[in-house]
Design a binder for this molecule. Sequence first.
Ligand code: SF4
Length: 473
Amino acid sequence: MSALTSKVEAVFNEPACGVNQGKSDKERKKGCAKQLTPGAAAGGCAFDGAKIALQPIVDVAHLVHGPIACEGNSWDNRHAASSGPKLYRTGFTTDIGDLDVVYGGEKRLFRAIREIIEKYDPPAVFVYQTCVTAMIGDDIEAVCKAAAAKFGKPVIPVNAPGFAGSKNLGNKLGGEALLDYVVGTEEPEFSTPYDINIYGEYNLAGELWQVKPLFDALGIRVLANISGDARYSDVARSHRAKAAMMVCSKALINIARKMEERYGIPYFEGSFYGISDTSESLRNIAKLLVQQGAPEELLARTEALIAREEARAWARIEPYRARLSGKRVLLITGGVKSWSVVSALQEIGIEVMGTSTKKSTKEDKARIKEIMGDESHMFDDLPPREMYRILKNSEADIMLSGGRSQFVALKAKTPWMDINQERHHAYAGYEGMVELMKQIDLLLYNPIWEQVRRPAPWERDNEGLDMRSEGGC
Ligand code: SF4
């Protein structure tokens, strides 16, 4: 059995994943996500998933071993922000061609690693396997090992070629690379009883920076955030954390479980979307740290901070309450956001008329049911035509989704807000909740909607009356 096959099987066997454990052996072998239709880019491949999970480590060079399109496909498609190094935003690829396919691309890969180290001297180079180089049999593990020995630097193989499966599987394979080659290879200069790890927070649009001041105020040190705004050394030293929070259940559950198993770091799953969820997460972190030996006074300090911050956030949200309360939102997103954003919106009286659950786990769906009362507002698959009908008939006042469905909303002349990974505004923590309300308010009350909904001059009759008939999608 190849190393990749056994790794994929191990990931599918994840004991901490309730969905996997509920399956038969045969079902589990098939994997946890539907296989992609060849040629259909929607959803991303395993390589894409691994890159998404690891690229936010900002000071390392991310080298893609494959044809140039793989890197072109994945480069910088998210706004994972950095507080310092910018090397992670440089696209490195071996750009293999026909001759490499015939003769093998290992030498070319070795030369590319050398060039990067000579020109940029990063703390580490991450090498990503892709479909073509995996199929011609390039052994990236062996090349990385030889390069690490030759140049005296960590060169980390990330063996997640696209054909291995979905983006979700790729996230986990990226996590496996960290567990196999990075975590535990360095020691922190000092340890405190307040050291934590966060898994699955990618610092999109700077969301980590909205919650980090809360930890700073409590004296809690984020030893490693895996992987938003992380440095290589943070991840290498992360095994010394005392407790951990897992932000996105699907992405890096294997890291959370194995860090607990290997290094005794307990974790819980939480969310920083919404006021009460943020407070709950802070409480859980404090509780776990106290369980692990931190002084008990941390609990009281956490409660005091929560009370202060909640009051401050509600005071800032208050002006929006009257304007937003009762507005109806159609939410098309996935995973943890499908429930955490629902509860965040409901807190201020916004009605969620529907939320998509296509990319949600069984646990996510159970949370939505708990928050919304029943399943009637859950859409497993909402085709664009139906989405358009809902918006056109004004059953929702605004749609929150990813960029791909924005044009459905715009065609229906309905406000649309980007809630997915390409978003430019950060919505985490108390600060993020205020920002979320501000952005929804700006969009809903933008005067452009009144203007675009008016009939165009050629759509009026001689008396100026609207001659438009209702059209379909
Ligand atoms: S790794 Fe494979 S599936 Fe992914 S972008 Fe490259 S060729 Fe396409």
